[in-house]
Ligand binder design. Structure first.
Ligand SMILES: [Zn+2]
Ligand SMILES: [Zn+2]
Ligand SMILES: [Zn+2]
Length: 369
C-alpha cells in the first residue's frame, strides 16, 4: 500500500505523532493521512519516509502552540521523543490539521464562487473553529419566493463623457457620486445612481464603481477578542473607496420580524432593513451572503453605508455598498456601524432583542442594534 501511494506521488497530510509501544525504541513514527485516501488507510511512518517539510513544520508549530497553551497549568512537556505524545497533544494536533484542511477547502469554495477581482483568504490562528456550517456564498441579492427584483434598467444615458455630461445621476435628481479618483464625494444618505446596462458608456466610465465588485484582497480571520470571525484588508485602501457590497436574501419586513423572533442574538445582527424610502424589505445575510457577512460592528467604524441604484431603479430595493471613511492600512480590520442599518427606523414596533457590543471604541454605545 505505502509503496503504491508513494509511487503515485501522493502528498502526505500528517496528523499526529503517537508511536505505539510496539514500535522500535527510539524511532519517531508519524500518523499519516494520505491525500485523496480515506482516514481508514492512514499509516504510521518513520521520519525518513516523509518528504513534506511544510507539514512537518506545521506539526511542530501546532505542538508547541498547544504546549504553550497548557503550560499555565501543569507543565510536563515530554522531551524524550521515544515516549508517546500525551493524548491531549496529539488530539489537538489532529484537530488543528483537520481544521487547516477544512478552512483551505472553504477558502477555495469562496474564491470559486466570488465574481469580483479581490481574493478572499481565510485564517484562524486563534482557536479550533472551522468554516461556518450553514453559510452559502452569493454575489448578489437572492430574492425570497414572491419577491421580484427588476434588474432591467428602463433608462440609460448616451453621454460621450459621463463625468461632465448630464448623466444618470442628474436624471435621477442627484449629482455624480464619484470624483476622478473613483472616490465617493457625496455625503452619506445621498443615493448613488451608477450607469447601467442601457447606458452607451463603456466599462471605464467613471460612474461604474460598485458594479465592478470588490477590488481588494480581503481576509476572513478569527478575532482574538471574542468577536468570532472578522474581515481585514490585506492591502491599503484609500479613503472614500468602495470596498464591498452587503448582500443576502431579500425578504419582506414581516418575514424579517418573524425571523427576528426565531434568531439568536447573532442571527439578528444579519438583518439589514432597506429603509431608504420605504420599509417593505429587509436583507438577511445570515445564511446567504458574501464577505460582508463576516464584517464586525464598531461604534467607530472605518466603513460607511450607501444606497446604490444600478439596473434596479426601484427605490424600495436599493443595493447597499460599503465605502471606506478613511485610509485603511493593510492588515486592519474592517468594520461598519450596524446601527446605521436602522438610521431611520420606520417600524418602532420592532421587537428584536438587543445584542451587546464588544467593539472597544471610546465612543461605544454598548449595543449592536
Ligand atoms: Zn452617462
Ligand atoms: Zn449612464
Ligand atoms: Zn457612464
Amino acid at each position: 500500500m505505502l509503496a503504491t501511494v508513494l509511487a503515485m506521488g501522493a502528498t502526505a497530510l500528517m496528523f499526529a505523532l503517537e508511536p505505539p509501544v510496539s514500535m522500535t525504541k527510539g524511532v519517531e513514527y508519524y500518523l499519516v493521512k494520505w491525500k485523496g485516501w480515506p482516514e481508514s488507510t492512514n499509516t504510521w511512518e518513520p521520519l525518513r519516509n516523509l518528504r513534506c517539510p511544510q507539514l512537518l513544520q506545521q506539526f511542530s508549530s501546532d505542538k508547541s502552540t498547544y504546549l504553550s497553551l497548557v503550560k499555565k497549568g501543569k507543565a510536563n512537556t515530554p522531551k524524550n521523543s521515544s515516549k508517546p505524545l500525551p493524548p491531549a497533544v496529539s488530539e489537538y494536533i489532529v484537530r488543528k490539521a483537520k481544521q487547516r484542511i477544512a478552512l483551505q477547502r472553504w477558502q477555495d469554495y469562496l474564491n470559486r464562487r466570488k465574481n469580483h477581482k479581490g481574493m478572499i483568504f481565510v485564517e484562524n490562528t486563534v482557536d479550533l473553529e472551522g468554516p461556518p456550517l450553514d453559510f452559502y456564498y452569493i454575489n448578489e441579492y437572492r430574492p425570497a419566493p414572491g419577491i421580484i427584483l427588476n434588474n432591467e434598467a428602463t433608462f440609460g444615458c448616451s453621454c460621450t463623457d459621463c463625468f461632465f455630461e448630464k448623466c444618470c445621476p442628474i436624471e435621477a435628481g442627484v449629482v455624480l457620486a464619484y470624483n476622478k479618483n473613483q472616490q465617493i464625494k457625496v455625503k452619506p444618505g445621498t443615493p448613488i445612481y451608477e450607469c447601467n446596462s442601457r447606458c452607451q458608456c463603456g466599462p471605464d466610465c467613471p460612474n461604474r464603481i460598485v458594479q465592478k465588485g470588490t477590488q481588494y484582497s480581503l481576509c476572513i480571520f478569527r478575532t482574538s477578542n471574542g468577536c468570532g470571525w472578522g474581515v481585514k484588508t490585506l492591502v491599503k485602501i484609500k479613503k472614500m473607496s468602495f470596498v464591498m457590497e452587503y448582500v443576502g436574501e431579500v425578504i419582506t419586513s414581516e418575514e424579517a420580524e418573524r425571523r427576528g423572533q426565531l434568531y439568536d442574538n447573532q442571527g439578528i445582527t444579519y438583518l439589514f432593513d432597506l429603509d431608504y424610502e420605504s420599509d417593505e424589505f429587509t436583507v438577511d445575510a445570515a445564511r446567504y451572503g458574501n464577505v460582508s457577512h463576516f464584517v464586525n460592528h464598531s461604534c467607530d467604524p472605518n466603513l460607511q453605508v450607501f444606497n446604490v441604484f444600478i439596473d434596479n431603479l426601484d427605490t424600495r430595493l436599493p443595493r447597499i455598498a460599503l465605502f471606506s471613511t478613511r485610509t485603511i492600512k493593510a492588515g486592519e480590520e474592517l468594520t461598519f456601524d450596524y446601527q446605521m442599518k436602522d438610521s431611520i427606523d420606520h417600524s418602532p414596533a420592532k421587537k428584536r432583542i438587543r445584542t451587546e457590543c464588544k467593539c472597544g471604541a471610546e465612543t461605544c454605545r454598548g449595543y449592536l442594534n
